[in-house]
Design a protein around this ligand. Structure first.
Ligand SMILES: [Zn+2]
Length: 325
């Protein structure tokens, strides 16, 4: 950039002007022509100013990087004891969720290997293991948190106590979709037309939806039928709403058919009647959760909702005033 051209950074320009004023007010500059040759030229001074500016910016950037590293080091050691998932293992998330940890409910297919353990070995070399947390639920089921995703007995869980990371975007689960397709085909043969009116929803989609409900109904009411962003089971890729996600669906032949047959295809009605205080949601006969046939039948037979079955909670930490685990 030639001198006189307007620099992009305002304060560099100000620095230049100061330099210019200094040169103009320098008496020696006018009085002693002999020294003029030794005087640094204006162009050189401007160049020097810019180099100085760039160097300062570089130093600042280095300082920022060092600070961030130090802070990360501190929170990492803290995270093991206090904070549950931190947004650190962003890079591993996709892999762990898609390859290593299918979190696939259908237990029938998981005969010899435990998927959560598998991905552990591949992550062994990596230094940050703080995102892995484990324990057991009230009913003795293994509970694990990997990359911010909670698995109970290998099943991915999303409710008011167990959120998903903002950038967890698995899309609709293929097994769940295939199971629904079969269910819909069989229902059709019984004269029942079923379709998915809302399947997989990303964090951003849920944000829009939830904010819309809050605007219309207020937060308290919205919380009874819509999940806050990051807390929706739809973000797992294992949940779907059928035909009409409204009370108008209750008691229809379609709702009755679903209730009677959905476990045969690996689904449960997730938010059951009279379980509102446990699930945190009102009765939603249109909302299916895919668990695989074996587990779906077990849960259904128990007469319990999924939270009761596993022995886990579903309540926003903000509302209960306590942090989970
Ligand atoms: Zn739903």
């Amino acid at each position: 950039m030639a001198y006189g051209e307007k620099p992009k950074v305002k304060w560099i320009r100000e620095e230049e002007l100061r330099t210019e004023r200094f040169l103009m007010s320098d008496n020696r500059y006018n009085r002693e022509p002999a020294k003029r040759k030794k005087q640094v030229s204006r162009k050189e001074l401007v160049l020097f100013t810019r180099i100085k500016a760039v160097f300062c910016m570089f130093l600042f950037a280095v300082a920022v990087v060092v600070c961030v590293k130090v802070v990360q080091g501190v929170t990492q050691s803290d995270a093991i004891t206090t904070a549950p998932p931190t947004p650190d293992a962003v890079g591993n998330k996709g892999d762990a969720a898609q390859a290593g940890v299918p979190a696939d409910p259908p237990k029938e297919t998981q005969t010899t290997t435990q998927p959560p353990e598998d991905s552990d070995s591949s992550k062994e070399e990596q230094p940050d293991k703080k995102d892995t947390d484990s324990g057991v639920t009230k009913n003795g089921y293994k509970i694990e948190v990997k990359d911010g995703i909670t698995y109970v007995d290998g099943i991915v869980i999303a409710n008011k106590s167990y959120p998903l990371p903002k950038d967890y975007n698995p899309g609709m689960n293929e097994d769940a979709q295939a199971a629904f397709d079969k269910l819909a085909a069989d229902a059709y043969n019984d004269g029942i037309y079923l379709f998915i009116c809302s399947g997989y929803r990303s964090y951003d989609m849920q944000t829009e939806l939830y904010n819309g409900y809050v605007a219309d109904w207020g937060k308290k009411k919205a919380d009874t039928f819509s999940a806050r962003p990051g807390y929706s089971e739809h973000q797992t890729g294992y949940a779907m709403d059928i035909n009409d996600a409204s009370d108008a669906f209750i008691g229809t032949p379609e709702a009755n058919w679903l209730e009677k047959h959905c476990t045969d295809y690996g689904f449960i009605i997730r938010y059951k009647k009279d379980k509102e205080s446990i699930t945190g949601y009102k009765y939603e006969p249109w909302h299916l959760r895919y668990l695989g046939v074996k587990l779906a039948k077990k849960v259904e037979k128990s007469g319990l909702c999924l939270e009761e079955y596993f022995g886990i909670d579903s309540a926003y930490a903000e509302d209960t005033g306590k942090t989970k685990n």
